[in-house]
Ligand binder design. Structure first.
Ligand code: ADP
Ligand code: MG
Length: 722
């Protein structure tokens, strides 16, 4: 479904191979071969992404206007957009006192007269003649008489049928110098001359089973629907195909992992879970136990595990991962866990070492910035197999890191990594088991698309004994009392975070803490650090952490905070992921309107981890509707799934994960939220097709196979068909 670049009549939609006894040699040409497209227009159309006639056929309207019914003049409603059909009674132009040229026609039907008025378009005069039949569409107003200013108009012609009025009319996205009327005209041209060559790619048996229209019906009706019912059918059909191809790719990818070269068959030890439980002073939650069980079943199977573990912040995913690490080590394989930041990797290292070292598991931390000698030492131990568990950052995927027997790959906060990074790590073993974890709960809608090739475990409950977090929204005039509140918490023995959107405001400063304070309106962490320490909390111990510090500095600060040598930690979003300090019960987020919903939720997840009531305060001034909605959602719910659904709705799927590289498919037609039901159907069909015809060799599936190959050419390295 990609568009080919412009250039001499290049084929883009049709495959020109012949297969299964059916030949399709028709080519769909460059847009310039269409009537009404001169060299200048070609450029304009290209700007809209329309290079070929096929692109135009698939250039879907943004919305539609129902102009199919004409209203009689006597029934017109003032203020509404309506269509009128009548005969031109009079026409003429005059110049007003203010030197505006007014061209006016009187249009009459059998019930009355309406005036159509254009300003400063004297040339219109020569288009209209009295007695002509005319259709107009626009907002009806009443001054002295009924009037429409600058209506859309179209003459009643016999033969071709109307294009702009008297039917359900498509409204396209435009660019400068391209009008709706022109695009409608072109779309009709393209349909009339080239629709016959649009190839049906969906097998007939699937169309029949799912009651889907054929492609030619769909294209015709997506532009010029005869009824809204037909429009629905057309839309469903086009979106289904798009989703189907996506799901087919996922199904094949999943199959490839499952039926490709076998993975490792880890041996289970029935007693392991009991001794594992004894490592903790608390009980594992039902969700954790369930996830552990799902994981060990996967690990015991010869098929490589490819599982996503999702659970809200603080739900205890790490422990589940640790079990998997232990099981791997017990089987004589190596395991590695990759985290997005050094602070987090370090934290895992400390916690995991504490638990597993006593059991004789060798653990190493591999991060960037190590002295070469140290690094070499660690790499050698990994290579020789002496190290059982390697914990690290991106440094893990470096070339020099070679495992002797890598059996398990865990990726923590995996949405912070790109698809390729995960892939590279996995390739360091021979089909190792893979567990990816995320604290951004994935709405089901997205889970089926982004992670459609993974099995999913969900941790639904938070550990027992957690106090809920109360979240409040406050504006600037409450600053004083917010500070007092924090002071009270600290007096009770708790600790607090204050989060800022930036380290320093304004341009990048020359020396580290040079600040341009109020200019951008953002509270900069570094600037505020000095101010708070000297003016507001001179008696308390403040700390500052941000992304531009050296790793060692960051680690030292985090350690101090953990050891309760810092009362209030000022930070940027570096603390967003994974940091776990149970005594911190209070978080103030400054300029909270600057943060996205999921990010606010992630930040908030740093508190509420201990047996204390916790408080999150959003300080800020939400001006836009969506910002207000974010504040509202935060104060209303603590459920990560609800937050995620809401976030997805506010930002749309494209923004939800921030960047493209996280695997969100680029969709041209469908919307995975709105069209979720179609996605489910397409998924069911795609997975069934792969079950029944794993290599898509069935002649009925040939066209879809070709389409798939073209669509994903070189993009999904794991997909190979045929
Ligand atoms: P996340 O899912 O956000 O990665 P963590 O694994 O960091 O959560 O766990 C958060 C905190 O909860 C840790 O301090 C961990 O020791 C603790 N924890 C995990 N499971 C339980 C449990 N079942 N009961 C009590 N505390 C738990
Ligand atoms: Mg975690």
């Amino acid at each position: 479904m990609t568009s080919s670049t412009s250039g001499g009549g290049r084929t883009s939609m049709t495959s020109s191979t012949s297969c299964g006894g059916r030949t399709s040699m028709v080519s769909i040409p460059d847009i310039r071969y269409l009537k009404g497209v001169g060299p200048k227009r070609v450029g304009l159309l290209n700007r809209l992404g329309i290079n070929t006639v096929e692109d135009l056929l698939y250039y879907l309207p943004r919305r539609y206007e129902d102009r199919s019914n004409f209203t009689l003049v006597r029934d017109l409603k003032i203020g509404e957009y309506q269509a009128v059909k009548g005969k031109i009674l009079t026409q003429g132009a005059h110049i007003t006192k203010r030197r505006i040229n007014v061209f006016q026609i009187a249009l009459a039907d059998k019930t009355g007269i309406i005036y159509c008025v254009w300003f400063n378009q004297p040339f219109l005069k020569k288009f209209f003649k009295t007695g002509q039949e005319l259709m107009v569409y626009g907002k009806v107003e009443k001054y002295v008489k009924l009037q429409i200013n600058h209506p859309e108009y179209e003459f009643v012609k016999t033969g071709t049928g109307s294009l702009n009025i008297g039917k359900i009319v498509p409204i396209y996205s435009l660019t400068q110098d391209v009008s709706q009327q022109y695009l409608r005209f072109l779309a009709r041209e393209a349909i009339e001359r080239f629709l016959f060559s649009a190839n049906e790619r969906l097998p007939a048996y699937i169309r029949a089973r799912r009651h889907l229209a054929d492609i030619r019906f769909a294209i015709r009706n997506i532009h010029f629907p005869v009824s809204f019912e037909n429009l629905d059918k057309a839309y469903k059909r086009i979106v289904f195909e798009e989703f189907f191809i996506l799901q087919l790719a996922l199904a094949l990818k999943k199959k490839k992992v499952k039926t490709g070269a076998p993975g490792i068959r880890h041996k289970l030890d029935a007693g392991l879970i009991d001794s594992f439980k004894k490592l903790f002073p608390f009980e594992l939650t039902q969700s954790q136990l369930k996830a552990i069980n799902e994981i060990q079943i996967d690990m015991a199977s010869p098929k490589p595990m490819n599982r996503l573990l999702e659970g809200d912040v603080g739900s205890g995913k790490t422990i589940v991962a640790i079990y998997a690490l232990l099981l791997t080590a017990q089987n004589g394989y190596q395991a590695s866990i990759m985290a997005p930041t050094e602070i987090l990797a370090k934290q895992h290292y400390v916690n995991i070492s504490e638990l597993l070292m006593p059991l004789g598991v060798n653990i190493r931390l591999l991060v960037s910035g190590l002295k070469p000698a140290k690094r070499l030492e660690i790499e050698n131990e990994i290579k020789s197999g002496e190290t059982d568990v390697v914990i690290g950052t991106h440094a893990l995927i470096w070339q020099g890191v070679k495992f002797k027997k890598l059996g398990l790959v865990v990726v923590d906060e995996q949405h912070k990594f790109g698809v390729t990074q995960r892939h590279v790590l996995r390739k360091k073993g021979l089909n190792p088991d893979v567990l990816v974890m995320t604290a951004t709960p994935i709405p089901r809608t997205l889970a089926l698309t982004i992670y459609g090739d993974l099995d999913i475990s969900v941790i639904k409950e938070l550990p027992k004994g957690r106090y809920p977090i109360s979240t409040y929204c406050a504006s600037e005039d409450k600053r004083e009392s917010v500070y007092n509140f924090i002071r009270e918490e600290v007096k009770k023995g708790r600790q607090a975070y204050i989060v800022y959107p930036k380290i320093w405001s304004g341009k990048k400063a020359g020396s580290t803490y040079e600040v341009e304070p109020v200019s951008s309106g953002l509270k900069a962490a570094a600037a505020m650090y000095n101010k708070l320490q000297t003016e507001v909390f001179p008696d308390l111990r403040l700390g500052l952490i941000h992304g531009r510090m050296l790793v060692k500095e960051k680690n030292d600060i985090m350690k101090k905070f953990k050891d309760k040598k810092i009362d209030i930690l000022l930070s940027t979003t570096v603390i967003e992921v994974g940091i776990d300090v149970a005594n911190a019960s209070c978080m103030l987020i400054e300029n909270a309107e600057r943060f996205g919903l999921s990010q606010l939720h992630q930040l908030r997840g740093r508190i509420g981890r201990g047996a204390y009531p916790s408080y999150c305060i959003l300080l800020g001034n939400p001006k836009t509707e969506t910002a207000k909605k974010r504040f509202y959602t935060m104060s209303e719910t603590q459920d990560g799934f609800e937050v995620a659904e809401q976030d997805l709705e506010l930002r749309g799927p494209g923004e939800f994960f921030g960047t493209r590289q996280h695997g969100l498919p680029e969709l041209r037609f469908g919307n995975i939220l709105r069209d979720f039901e179609i996605m489910e159907q397409a998924r069911a069909e795609a997975f069934q097709m792969v079950r029944e015809d794993p290599y898509l060799r069935d002649p009925r599936n040939i066209f879809i196979r070709d389409t798939l190959k073209k669509r994903f050419a070189g993009k999904l390295e794991l997909i190979s068909v045929g």
